[in-house]
Design a protein around this ligand. Structure first.
Ligand SMILES: CC(C)(COP(=O)(O)OP(=O)(O)OC[C@H]1O[C@@H](n2cnc3c(N)ncnc32)[C@H](O)[C@@H]1OP(=O)(O)O)[C@@H](O)C(=O)NCCC(=O)NCCS
Length: 164
């Protein structure tokens, strides 16, 4: 399904509430505290996902992680949420593919991560279709729906992405 990524606007905010998915139920949060900074280097950033007519489908987001003291050891961990009507038509795969391409094209990062619940089969499959590899179980790290949850850590490296 053709999608585009664009900066989030003020009018998008009410729709980007992460509703209708147990995998986005992180408890109360202010709309403006969600990740909507379009700069790829923002510690916490995000972009809107729209279809080819411009209709809002959801959003992608990222938070920068660090694996050591050097700036070169930082990497974004990406996330996504689509409205229930937008799911299951390839938009999640395509939006994450485009986000990965943006990071490899416009930053020098070598690694992009994603983390998803062990029960979230749709996101696991979407990540694998983009080219992410599953690295292992991250135990009890994510607080969601009133409990600590196990998830899988995924990554894709620059050399695996076809990017230079
Ligand atoms: C997870 C999500 C981003 C996936 O995007 P999507 O557009 O629905 O998925 P796609 O249509 O691109 O499908 C990707 C693959 O997953 C499969 N899939 C889709 N829904 C599935 C489900 N409920 N169970 C198992 N597989 C599923 C598809 O069949 C496809 O694989 P295939 O091409 O081999 O058949 C989307 O469903 C969503 O936003 N869900 C709610 C929020 C969420 O879970 N976000 C991720 C939190 S980490």
């Amino acid at each position: 399904m053709p999608v585009r990524l664009r900066p989030v606007t003020e009018t998008d905010l009410p729709a980007l509430d992460g509703a209708e998915s147990p995998y986005e139920n992180f408890g109360p949060r202010a709309p403006r505290s969600a990740a909507h900074d379009p700069s790829l280097n923002a510690d916490l950033g995000g972009l809107a996902v729209v279809d080819d007519s411009g209709a809002l489908l959801g959003n992608v987001s990222w938070v920068w992680q660090r694996w050591g003291p050097n700036a070169q050891s930082r990497n974004p961990m990406i996330g996504i949420w689509l409205t229930s009507a937008a799911r299951g038509r390839g938009a999640g795969t395509e939006a994450q593919r485009q986000l990965v391409d943006l990071f490899f094209l416009h930053t020098a990062v070598n690694r992009i991560e994603a983390h998803t619940d062990v029960e979230n089969l749709a996101e696991q499959r979407a990540l694998e279709k983009v080219g992410f590899q599953r690295e292992g179980v991250i135990r009890g790290a994510q607080w969601r729906e009133g409990a600590y949850r196990d998830g899988y850590l995924y990554s894709i490296l620059r050399a695996e992405s076809g990017a230079r």
